[in-house]
Design a protein around this ligand. Sequence first.
Ligand code: FE
Length: 140
Amino acid sequence: VKHKKIGKTYIVSIAKGEEIITSLQKFCASENITLGNASGIGAAEDIELTHYNAKTHAYTRKKLHGSYEIAALMGNITTVNGKPYIHLHITIGDPNFKTYSGHLMSATISGACEIFINTLPGTIERYKDEKETGLNVLKL
Ligand code: FE
């Protein structure tokens, strides 16, 4: 991961062969980024997505292997137990320009990946909302 910081924004490049979520977790931990939003584009292979069914609280998983354009990568950085928590959703396009989208579990970069992270001061923690949604929601 290479980066340049301009003001409160980090311009981040994730290299070919690196996995997005683990790379960003390490990066945010090393730079002490605890709160912010992220958006990016790039190219990836070996992608795992999940879809959450709000009624049944069940996750559907999908693994994709091949050549995909990262048409849109977006989400936020908060903390769980004080550690950076990367929450990203992604839309990827296949060679026929068909897209898949979902909650990003993992994706390995095949070409380049350019992410801009806008940081904010302070922290926002998440907690597991067992009662209503079953999700890690924002503690506001
Ligand atoms: Fe999600």
